[in-house]
Every structure is written in structure tokens, then in C-alpha cells.
Design a protein around this ligand. Structure first.
Ligand SMILES: NC(=O)c1ccc[n+]([C@@H]2O[C@H](COP(=O)([O-])OP(=O)(O)OC[C@H]3O[C@@H](n4cnc5c(N)ncnc54)[C@H](OP(=O)(O)O)[C@@H]3O)[C@@H](O)[C@H]2O)c1
Length: 281
């Protein structure tokens, strides 16, 4: 038996204009659940860097979806998540759902902080998003027809952001997900070269894949004027987290929703049909 909550009080969706937050906000709205976006550009503003903005953003909400920015792997992220969770609980907001990452010690520490906060928690620990190829840092290389990354044979079970959003939305609206840690991945592991190949097949465009050294990768990011701390973070995500530790598929989507996750080939066809991968030239 499931319990659907459609409180008149809004759900705070932190990062509500980002890759998973936007989708969660859309789903909640479709269910008739009011949403408050938590981001630097929202009103009231929520900024992870400015804890003084947190209290107002938490005022009068029924639950929160917590996504940390830029990444839970950043030093201090776990403390920030813990501080926010404890503040929320003190304000009577017990229902908290955290987006986490796999194989990142700092992310796993953030999970523990949430679990210790006294919240009615759910953790959605996700693999790499497929949408990194269409809404984030890998879109540029796809458009250029050339992807050069410091990762070779390691396979990743990329997950569709819609699947994450479905699990998060279910978690925010159904009490049976309280106390669950869902490790969610896609159904199939692919190397980055194979992922580029799937996109090439779906678009009919040639996309070359080349493995480069971490030094060459950082140099390239610096040439693109990516700030040094973000370049170091991105490099860490490719080299440390993609060292084989996450090379396995999980059944988190099936457990949470009773259905299979979406496959990369379906994602590639869906995005190819939108035209955003068309050659810009
Ligand atoms: N990408 C992946 O493959 C992946 C995989 C597993 C886990 N994760 C986790 O997912 C989380 C989000 O990563 P993402 O790359 O997908 O980002 P994202 O959700 O696309 O991030 C953008 C969102 O964050 C907001 N934002 C940016 N800076 C902020 C700040 N200082 N305070 C509050 N909100 C801020 C943005 O709105 P404004 O600009 O208006 O502030 C926007 O709503 C990270 O914690 C990461 O560890 C990512």
C-alpha cells in the first residue's frame, strides 16, 4: 500500500533548475505538489556558499530534495549537507532526499551526515548521468565530433536523469521509501568510447574518441578557462572515481520503482531526435 502526499506546503528542490532537480520539479508539479526552487537565482535565493540563505529557503516547506553543487566530492560538502539537514529537522522538515554519487568517500560521508541528522531520509546514490553528454561538460566534445578524456577501458553504467527523477519523486511522495538507500545505475556498462559510438550511431555523425593523460586533460580545461579548482575536481572524477571501483550494475531503479532503468541506446535516439547534437557548423 503506498501513501501519496500532496501537501499544500511546497517541496524545496535544491538545484531545481539543474539536471535532476528540473526533472523532479516538473514531476512534482504534474502531481499537484507545490515546488520551491532552491538555487542562487531563485526567490528566495538558496546558496550552498551562504548558509545565511538556508533558513528562509527552508521556511514553510514539507520536504526537500538535496543536490549539492558542484559535487559531493568537494571538501566540506559533507559538513554542508549535515548542517543543512540538521537545520531542516530543527525547523520541523523531516522528509529529506539526498542525491549522492558512487565511490566517492566524501559523498558517502555526506550520506552518513544525513542519516545521523534525525531526518526521515532517503538516499539516491547515482552513477554517471547520461545527460552529461547532452546537458553538461561532454556536450561540447560531442558537437566537435572529438572526445578526449583521461579514461580508457573502464566501463560505467550511465543512468538516465529521468530515472533518477522518477526515484526521487517517488521518494518525496511515498513513505515506503523512508530509510532506503537506492544505488541506481543504468542497465548496461559502457566505456566512454562505446558511449560516443552509441551517439555516433544515433546521430549518423562521426565522433572520435581518444584517451589522453590527466596532465593533457587538465591543460585542455585550463585553455578553455575552466577555473583551476573545477578542473581539478573534474580530473578527479575521471581518474579516481573511474578507476574501476564503480564497474558494476545495480538494481536500485527496479527496487524503488518496480521497473527497469532506461538504456543508453534509447537515450541516444531520444536526444538525437531533438537535434541538439547536430553539427553546429
Ligand atoms: N553529473 C553526474 O554524472 C553525477 C553523478 C552522480 C552524482 N552527481 C551529483 O549531482 C549533484 C549535482 O551535479 P550536476 O552536475 O548534475 O549539477 P546540476 O544539478 O545540473 O547543477 C546545477 C544546479 O545547481 C544550482 N547551483 C549552482 N551553484 C549553486 C550554489 N552555490 N548553491 C545552490 N545551488 C547552486 C544551479 O542553479 P543556480 O545557477 O541558479 O544557482 C542549478 O539549479 C552533485 O552533488 C554531484 O555530486 C552527479
Amino acid at each position: 500500500m503506498t501513501t501519496f502526499h500532496a501537501s499544500k506546503f511546497p517541496v524545496l528542490v535544491i538545484g531545481g533548475t539543474g539536471k535532476t532537480g528540473r526533472r523532479v520539479a516538473e514531476r512534482l508539479t504534474a502531481l499537484g505538489v507545490p515546488v520551491r526552487i532552491g538555487s542562487r537565482n531563485a526567490t528566495p535565493a538558496f546558496d550552498w556558499e551562504k548558509p545565511e540563505t538556508w533558513t528562509t529557503a527552508l521556511e514553510g516547506i514539507s520536504a526537500a530534495y538535496i543536490t549539492y553543487y558542484p559535487d559531493l566530492a568537494v571538501p566540506g560538502a559533507a559538513e554542508a549537507v549535515g548542517d543543512l539537514a540538521r537545520l531542516a529537522v530543527r525547523k520541523g522538515v523531516k522528509r529529506l532526499v539526498l542525491l549522492s554519487g558512487r565511490g566517492e568517500p566524501e559523498a558517502q560521508r555526506a550520506e552518513q551526515m544525513l542519516q545521523a541528522s534525525g531526518a526521515d531520509w532517503t538516499i539516491v546514490r547515482a552513477s554517471w548521468f547520461m545527460q552529461n553528454f547532452s546537458e553538461s561538460m561532454l556536450l561540447g566534445p560531442i558537437l566537435a565530433g572529438e572526445m578526449a578524456l583521461p579514461v580508457s577501458s573502464v566501463r560505467e553504467p550511465f543512468i538516465h536523469a529521468d530515472d533518477i527523477a522518477d526515484v526521487v519523486t517517488a521518494s518525496l511522495t511515498d513513505d515506503r521509501h523512508i530509510g532506503q538507500l537506492y544505488e541506481v545505475t543504468g542497465p548496461r556498462m559502457l566505456t566512454f568510447a562505446e558511449a560516443a559510438g552509441e551517439i555516433a550511431t544515433a546521430t549518423g555523425r562521426a565522433i572520435d574518441y581518444r584517451t589522453i593523460t590527466p596532465e593533457e586533460f587538465i591543460q585542455g580545461l585550463e585553455q578553455e578557462q575552466v577555473p583551476a579548482d573545477i578542473a581539478a575536481l573534474v580530473n578527479e572524477l575521471f581518474t579516481v572515481v573511474l578507476d574501476g571501483r564503480n564497474e558494476y550494475v545495480t538494481d536500485g531503479v527496479q527496487k524503488a520503482l518496480g521497473r527497469k532503468p532506461r538504456d543508453f541506446a534509447d537515450y541516444a535516439r531520444e536526444i538525437a531526435a531533438t537535434g541538439i547534437w547536430e553539427d553546429a557548423k
